[in-house]
Design a protein around this ligand. Structure first.
Ligand code: PLP
Length: 405
């Protein structure tokens, strides 16, 4: 049963705050902390069912395989995937997009084709496409920003020519939190027959996704951004697409039959999962999604957005600091720039006050170039943050700005 949302009760489930009771952790877009339920699930697996999957004749192997494939089912349900074999396990979003680029991209893209990506993208949704495009003679083009920090939709529609084979979009910018209008953008891409990949790294923990309703072809995310362990992520892809895609890594488990005369490959998802997979981590991810499923998710999201708004209202009262985008559709992320002060200095002072934030380009170089910045300071909220966290961060920021002015 779903209990009423309480940030204080949620926080009590995260052991990190027992070890660091005064920590104001506002770096959740980099990685989230893990609730006890996730830590317990991993430990329980190692203590009771540890074995390799899909290969052992013994009962422990069967238990491990059941738990691992159970996790795949749990994730498919969470994404509302039509088929469980559309869920591929990867190490994270980066590996998921590399899989799409190396398998789908390398087999489908041709000289003269265009890969159209947004300026908001994380490097993980740029560099893999550049590598493949360079190899096959395709080009990578960027959808520019509008004055509000959203994507320029007029420019997008003009860029959508018949040469565009792939459109890659983030569900939520990891820097400004801007959430592009995916429904409209995906539908336009589909009208010209392009394949669409959505980077869900910053979306999965804040509202998640219904992949069938979304209408894209690929959806990638990392477990560690949604209260799950590191080392596990997912590429969801339409079954019809996966059926045509060649393997991208070779080894055990992804084959049907191997001989020196030639090798035949397993069906999806196993064709794309060479070697021993991250078994305990997949089980941890399923536990994290179960944990999230027990929360009142709309109240949780409203809480995170209210914290962001409280933070931004406080920022408006401070001198020499500006929010990079105040676009109305944004996740619980806020990025700042300062007049005459380097964000690195601010972040270091904040750390002295026990406030953890991110500073730099957040792996979003092209976005910072478009905004004419060499760095920004980012705060990002999660379920366990409180109003007291926001107030402490604002007080620390005010004191820092006074010192550095
Ligand atoms: N995409 C976005 C939007 C992200 O925020 C991140 C991580 O910060 C990534 C991709 C890469 O995720 P990972 O490092 O877990 O592969």
């Amino acid at each position: 049963m779903t209990a009423p949302f309480s940030a204080a009760s949620v926080r009590a489930e995260f052991p990190i705050f027992r070890h660091h009771p005064d920590l104001v952790y506002l770096d959740n877009a980099a990685t989230t902390h893990k609730p006890l339920a996730v830590l317990d699930a991993e430990r329980h697996f190692y203590e009771t069912a540890n074995a390799n999957v899909h290969r052992a004749a013994h009962r422990l192997g069967a238990a491990a395989t059941d738990a691992f494939e159970g996790a795949r089912h749990r994730i498919a349900t969470h994404l509302n995937a039509a088929h469980v074999d559309e869920v591929l396990f990867t190490r994270g979003t980066t590996e998921a997009i590399n899989l799409a680029a190396n398998s789908w991209g390398r087999s489908q893209l041709r000289r003269g084709d265009v890969v159209l990506l947004s300026t908001l993208e994380h490097h993980a949704n740029i560099v893999p496409w550049q590598l493949v495009a360079q190899e096959v003679g395709a080009s990578v083009q960027a959808i520019p920003l509008d004055a509000d920090g959203n994507l320029d939709l007029t420019a997008y529609h003009a860029l959508l020519t018949s040469r565009v084979r792939l459109v890659g979009l983030t569900q939520c910018s990891n820097t400004t939190g801007v959430q592009p209008p995916l429904t409209e953008m995906i539908s336009a891409a589909k009208q010209i027959g392009a394949t669409v990949l959505i980077d869900g790294a910053q979306g999965i923990g804040h509202g998640g996704v219904d992949v069938q309703a979304l209408g894209a072809d690929f959806y990638a995310f990392s477990g560690h951004k949604v209260y799950a362990p590191t080392g596990i992520g997912v590429l969801w892809a339409r079954r019809e697409l996966l059926a045509q895609m060649p393997p991208w890594q070779g080894g055990g488990e992804m084959i049907e039959r191997v001989s020196f005369a030639g090798t035949t490959f397993a069906e999806p998802p196993f064709r794309f999962e060479a070697g021993t997979p991250p078994i305990a981590q997949a089980i941890g991810l399923a536990a994290a999604l179960n944990w999230l499923g027990e929360q009142d998710v709309s109240a949780l999201m409203a809480h995170e957005i209210a914290l962001r708004d409280r933070f931004e209202a406080g920022i408006a009262m401070l001198p020499d600091v500006h929010i990079l985008s105040s676009h109305n559709s944004r996740g619980p992320i806020s990025a700042l720039r300062f007049d005459g002060i380097h964000p690195y200095d601010v972040a270091q002072f904040l750390d002295g006050y026990g406030v953890a934030v991110r500073v730099g380009q957040h792996c979003a170089g092209p976005l910072h170039q478009a905004l004419g910045l060499d760095a920004s300071l980012r705060v990002s909220f999660a379920a366990y943050n409180s109003e007291a966290d926001v107030d402490t961060a604002l007080a620390a920021l005010a004191a820092t700005l006074e010192l550095l002015a």
